[in-house]
Write a protein that binds this ligand. Sequence first.
Ligand SMILES: Nc1ncnc2c1ncn2[C@@H]1O[C@H](COP(=O)(O)OP(=O)(O)O)[C@@H](O)[C@H]1O
Ligand SMILES: [Mg+2]
Length: 485
Amino acid sequence: MRQSPEFFETTRTGEVLSRLTTDTTLIQTVVGTSISLALRNTLLFFGGLVMLFVTSPRLTSIILGLLVLVVLPIVLFGRRVRKLSRDSQDRIADASAVAGEILNAMPTVQAFTREGHESSRFGTEVEGAFSTAMRRIRARATLTMLAIVLVFGSIVFVLWLGAHAVLQGTMTGGDLGQFILYAGIVAGSVGALSEVMGDAQRAAGATERLLELLGAQSEIQDPLQPKALPARTENGARVTLDDVTFAYPSRLDEAALSHLALDIRPGETVAVVGPSGAGKTTLFQLLLRFYDPQSGSILLDGVDVRDLSLQTLRGAVGIVPQDTVIFSLDAMENIRYGRPDASDDEVIAAARMAAAHDFIERLPQGYSSFLGERGVRLSGGQRQRIAIARALLKNPPLLLLDEATSALDAESERLVQRALEAAMVGRTTIIIAHRLATVQRADRIIVLDEGKIVESGTHAELIALRGVYANLAALQFQTHAPVAA
Ligand SMILES: Nc1ncnc2c1ncn2[C@@H]1O[C@H](COP(=O)(O)OP(=O)(O)O)[C@@H](O)[C@H]1O
Ligand SMILES: [Mg+2]
């Protein structure tokens, strides 16, 4: 929950899931069964040992000397079992990651008829997990075998000494019989303990990995002394970017944004346009502080976002992301995700604003209709309207719309457009859009290309400039109804 996006770019979901399920199950099994076994056998071991001493101190001292020979291989093999156990859990996690990816992309897999390929990809991973597990089991079996052979071997040796002692008359036959009984108990308990040891090493391997996950620190941390935002003004928030340069951690040599400077007044609506890959979504990621820029700073109402707690910062921002996310909840709860304490009426009002009310009413159970995992029961445009309603419900001073109307048909777009215009009152809005119909109503248009601002101004000014924007506009007007400049 506390990791930055960087973590999730490098770690696969299925892998984390496997850690949460198989690793914890393993630990649970080992703890649940092995502890009682260990307790019982420890008691038997020490009890047997004491009785051995009572019966024959001399023979027992020899046994104890030989015990060192037994412990050494157990420790050495124990380490190997632990490493193999960790490998084995890693392979299982890999297999889960592959399965998770395939299951999430089932329609695409089937549309491209790659079922066979994906099955064998999963098969390879499972085989890998299997062979590592086999190696682990072999190591563990060897460990147990070694322990038993050495323990019983040393006991037989000591008994042989004992038999000689009886023959020479320094020990009675009864004492030797007694000694044999206790030696059996001690040997049995050492055998069992070494098996428990193997299991404990397995659990240790799994625990290691879990602790690593728990210990991973996100780069993005709350400041030690978070500042507060100034009281909200009726116009919304002021956003300032001061010479911001940023490259994604996985692509440090290529700046996604370079030397970006921008000052957005409270209440202003700014449209960001530009070709795909220009850095528009990246700008939003920085505003939400999913990443920190390498240089420059981002200010919200004059406060550096790094001085705000993430809770405060993100609480002030409402976002409709490019890829909308629907939870497997009903429509009501999906919209309420933006503000958990909102009443049903407030949710419905937000849905109305986002032009989502009518289609939700027409769903089989209205607002209580389950929307399916990842919203599979909705169309792309419907999902977008749910996402817009969710952001509006939050009533944030800063609203970020990332191609929020891109999947809408002309009619719904007109409806949502009108709703959004109403929603933009009293807040600052940054809107990424491709359609000029959306863009030209903005107070200011920023044209972004390759991470730099190449043009900025109103629709009319940019058209007059005859630059990148005018070109974009001309292209769109050929296919869309002409719009007065
Ligand atoms: N998580 C990421 N890691 C590395 N590079 C990324 C990541 N996300 C986006 N990029 C790259 O950054 C650039 C800007 O991406 P983005 O801001 O998403 O563009 P757009 O303007 O289309 O929204 C692109 O070249 C993209 O390939
Ligand atoms: Mg984008």
